[in-house]
Every structure is written in C-alpha cells, then in structure tokens.
Design a protein around this ligand. Structure first.
Ligand SMILES: NC(=O)c1ccc[n+]([C@@H]2O[C@H](COP(=O)([O-])OP(=O)(O)OC[C@H]3O[C@@H](n4cnc5c(N)ncnc54)[C@H](OP(=O)(O)O)[C@@H]3O)[C@@H](O)[C@H]2O)c1
Length: 326
C-alpha cells in the first residue's frame, strides 16, 4: 500500500525563533554532536556540551559539563551512539530531568525511542531532526552557506507545548532549513534508515564490491585491476547518480556499460535477492537487529573485514590514483 507523500517544509516555515534564548545542551561530542553544536553556536544559540570527556568540546571553546549537569536544559540533543543511549539516559539523564519545566529531548536518529530503549516522562517532549548526511557534511555545508536535508519528527509535545518550535529552531540553526525539512515519524525514519544502510549504502554495496572483486581475483585477474573495476569506480558512477539520477547516469556511460547493466540487473535481481531484502526488513521491524546492536556483537565483526585482502590492494591503488577523485 503506497504511503502518503511526506510534507516538505521550506525555509520560511522553519524559523530560528523557537530555539533563541533557550538553554540547549548537546549530549555527546562526536560526529554529529560537534557539527550540531558548532552550527548552532554560529547561528547565535548558546550551547553547552554534556560529555563523559569534555576536552574536545573545551578545545572548541564550548562550556563542557557532565552529562548529568547538562540534563536540565530546555532542549537536550542526544548525540550519543544509538546502542548506548538507553543506558546513559536511564543512569545519567533521566534522574536529572526537571518536572513540568517544558524540557524536550532531541534525537538525530529515531532508534532509541522507536525500540523503547528510552521512555521519557509524560511532561517531556520528544522530537527528532535527522540530517541525511554525516556530521562532517552537516558542518561543511553550513560553512558553505548551505545545509543538509533533514527529517523532522515530533513524537510528543512537552508540558509547555514548545517542542515543535524548538525542533524547527534546531533545524534552522544547523542549516537544514536552507534546504528543507521532510516531515516524518520516529518509526519511518528509523526503519527506512536502517534498511537503506543495510540493503544498499553500506551492507549491499560492500557485499557487491567484495563478491565482484573476489570473482575476478579467483578467475586469475590481477587484484589491482579487480580493485579498480569493482571498488574505485563506484564513486564515479555514484556521483553522477547523486547529481543527475539513474537515467542520466545511463546516458553518461558507454552503450556497452549500459547494455551490460540491463543484463546484470535482470540476472541479479531475482526471487532470492528479494527474499533476502525482506529478511533484512523483518529483522529491523521485529527489533532483533536492534537487540544485536545493543549486545555489542559489532566488535567481533570489524576485525575480519579489516583483514580482507581488498583493503591492502585498495591502499596501494588509492595511493596511486587518489588525485583522480579531486
Ligand atoms: N555518524 C554520523 O554521521 C551520523 C549520521 C546520521 C545520524 N547519526 C546519529 O547521530 C547520533 C550520534 O552518532 P555519532 O556517530 O555522532 O556518535 P559518535 O561519534 O560515535 O559518538 C558520539 C559521542 O558519544 C560519546 N559516548 C560514546 N559512548 C558513551 C557512553 N557510554 N557514555 C557517554 N558518552 C559516550 C563519545 O564520547 P568519547 O568521545 O568519550 O568516546 C562521543 O563524544 C546517533 O543517533 C546516530 O545514529 C549519526
């Protein structure tokens, strides 16, 4: 069943005013936390950083305090890794929240709320501003006078009914208003975000790169050539898709590559692939993926990928041809 078309808010509907003169804490100073904090400060918002180690924040001339101390702000932007948010919230944030003070918890990804790792009190609002890009891009685009498209979701209002205007101000302050805000929900953002990164932008892509590379190497071709064909050129094609779409990308490549693509698409996109994608989706929807993430299983998986031969070959090739990408 097709879903309703999401509403896209434009800049004039996303005023900074809701966050001005409010006390804002960013909890965690990593990839996203640093970008949100710097952008908000440059937009004139007074930001305090709550972190277990405040040294990076103080290096950037922020007021760095403990997570407990930062938990009394009007808007708490939770910029911690998803798998630790529940524990940190329960132990260090929840006991310090104020009663009926119009506080709002702000999330950059819906994970901890959607899977019930965080259950905020009745009077505390819950919102999300999820920029669709890494923290470094959120910062770079802001500095360049632009921004990153973000998803907006209002799970619930606080006792003072200021949560939505705080979220709009937050989105404006990080630069996302310059591009637009797509209205969504915690459920849709979480499940589509997890599915996208598993099925294609990380899991699917790396699987195809590795499997194709291994197929060429196993067939006796030089690993360096296999790397160039199966990994290096991914970015070149992805950039064209990103800028102009799939049909225009097809026009930009040779007829040979385009014809080969149609044949490969017909061959690869079979019943098995659709079943596997469905299985990824069911692990997201039933919470079993979220359970494995919070169990710390990730650590065992990192080492074997880093030790794969493609990484050594990749380092060699990148040192020769990196300048091609600039
Ligand atoms: N990475 C991205 O670009 C990206 C993109 C879209 C959405 N998001 C979302 O943004 C949120 C933050 O992700 P992130 O990638 O920015 O996080 P991150 O860089 O991995 O970590 C952020 C901060 O969390 C702190 N931290 C980690 N474990 C902690 C613990 N147990 N107690 C207290 N502090 C702890 C780290 O402190 P230390 O410095 O002391 O280790 C770091 O300052 C997540 O909801 C994520 O899904 C991220």
């Amino acid at each position: 069943m097709p879903a309703n078309t999401p509403n896209i808010l434009k800049e004039k509907e996303i005023p900074l005013t809701g966050i001005q003169n409010k006390r804002v804490s960013v909890i965690g100073y990593g990839n996203q936390g640093r970008a949100h904090a710097l952008n908000l400060r440059d937009s004139g918002i007074d930001v305090t950083i709550g972190a277990r180690n405040t040294s990076n924040a103080t290096k950037d001339a922020f007021n760095g305090v403990s997570i407990e101390e930062a938990s009394t702000a009007d808007l708490l932007i939770i910029a911690l890794p998803d798998e630790v948010q529940g524990k940190v919230y329960n132990e260090q944030i929840a006991p310090h929240l104020l009663t009926n003070a119009g506080q709002t918890l702000g999330f950059i990804h819906g994970f901890a709320i959607h899977y019930g790792h965080i259950i905020p009190p009745e009077d505390v609002g819950v919102v999300m501003v999820a920029p669709k890009g890494p923290g470094i891009t959120v910062r770079e685009k802001y500095l360049a006078g632009s921004g990153v498209l973000a998803l907006l979701a209002i799970e619930k209002e606080n006792a003072s009914k200021t949560s939505r205007s705080l979220a709009l101000g937050w989105a404006n302050g990080i630069g996302s208003a310059r591009i637009g805000l797509l209205e969504s929900t915690f459920k849709d953002e979480t499940e589509t975000d997890l599915f996208g990164e598993q099925a294609i932008i990380v899991g699917g892509l790396v699987t195809l790169i590795k499997a194709s590379y291994e197929t060429l190497v196993d067939a006796g071709y030089p690993p360096q050539l296999a790397y160039i064909e199966c990994c290096h050129e991914v970015k070149l094609v992805a950039d064209i898709i990103h800028e102009r779409g799939i049909a225009e990308m097809m026009k930009a490549i040779s007829n040979t590559a385009e014809m080969g693509a149609y044949e490969a698409m017909a061959l690869l996109d079979d019943k098995h692939l659709r079943e596997q994608l469905g299985e990824l989706m069911s692990h997201i929807q039933d919470g079993s993926f979220a359970h494995r993430l919070t169990n710390g299983e990730i650590k065992n998986k990192r080492a074997s990928l880093a030790a794969h031969k493609i990484e050594q070959v990749g380092e060699e090739i990148r040192s020769i041809i990196q300048h091609d990408d600039d």
